[in-house]
Write a new protein. Structure first.
Length: 214
C-alpha cells in the first residue's frame, strides 16, 4: 500500500474522483439551468398570455364604447330626421289649409291679405335651411364626413343633391324624402334622375346602394 504502484493507483483514483465530481457538478448545473430556463419560459408565456388578455379586454371595451357611441349618434340622427319630417309635414299641412281657406275667402280682403302673409311665411319656413345646417353637421359626424367627401368628389352637385344624397343614404322612403324636401313624389324621382346624371352612374348601378357604400 506504500509502494510507487499503490501511490500511482491512489493518484488515479483521486483524479478519477475529481473528474467524476466535475462531471456530476456539470450535469447538475445543466439540469438546474434547464429547470430555470423552463421556469423562466413558463413565466414569460404566462406574462405574454396576461398581456394578450389585457389587450383583448381593452380592445373589447373600446369596441363596446365605439358601438355605444355610434348607436347613440344614430339615435340622435334618427330623432333629428324625425323632427325635420314632422316639422315639414306640419308646415305642409298648414300651407294646404291656408290655400283652401284662401280660395273660400271671397271678397274678404283683410282675411285674404293675412292668409297671403301666412302662406309666404310658411313657404319661407318650409325651406328648413337652418335645420338642414344643423342636421348636415350631425349627419357628417355619424357618417364619417359623407357630405364633405361627396362634395370633394363631385363638386358640381347642388344643395338639393346633397340633401337627397343624405336622405337616400339613410334609406328613407320616397314619401319621406318628398316631405322633407317639400316637393312632390314626382319631384323626388326627377331629383334622383338629375343626381344620377351628375354622379355619372351607369344605368345598371343602383343609386341608393352606391351612396350607401360611398
Amino acid at each position: 500500500y506504500a509502494s510507487t504502484l499503490a501511490y500511482s493507483f491512489y493518484g488515479i483514483l483521486l483524479i478519477g474522483a475529481f473528474i467524476g465530481s466535475v462531471i456530476f457538478q456539470n450535469k447538475k448545473y445543466k439540469k438546474e439551468k434547464a429547470i430555470l430556463e423552463s421556469t423562466h419560459l413558463e413565466e414569460q408565456e404566462k406574462k405574454e398570455f396576461l398581456v394578450q388578455q389585457s389587450k383583448e379586454k381593452i380592445d373589447l371595451l373600446e369596441r363596446q364604447k365605439l358601438e355605444t357611441e355610434v348607436k347613440f349618434k344614430n339615435q340622435e340622427l334618427a330623432a333629428a330626421t324625425m323632427n325635420l319630417l314632422q316639422k315639414s309635414q306640419m308646415l305642409t299641412s298648414i300651407e294646404a289649409s291656408l290655400e283652401k281657406l284662401k280660395k273660400s275667402s271671397r271678397k274678404k280682403e283683410d282675411v285674404y291679405g293675412e292668409i297671403d302673409r301666412l302662406l309666404k311665411l310658411v313657404k319661407k319656413e318650409n325651406s328648413l335651411s337652418g335645420e338642414w345646417e344643423r342636421f348636415s353637421k350631425h349627419f357628417d359626424h355619424v357618417h364619417s364626413d359623407f357630405l364633405k367627401r361627396l362634395g370633394e368628389r363631385y363638386p358640381n352637385l347642388s344643395p338639393n343633391d346633397f340633401k337627397l344624397s343624405a336622405y337616400l343614404k339613410m334609406n328613407l322612403s320616397t314619401k319621406e324624402i318628398a316631405s322633407l324636401m317639400n316637393i312632390s313624389i314626382r319631384g323626388v324621382e326627377a331629383s334622383r334622375y338629375r343626381l344620377r346624371k351628375r354622379l355619372q352612374l351607369d344605368s345598371g348601378i343602383n343609386l341608393t346602394e352606391f351612396l350607401m357604400k360611398l
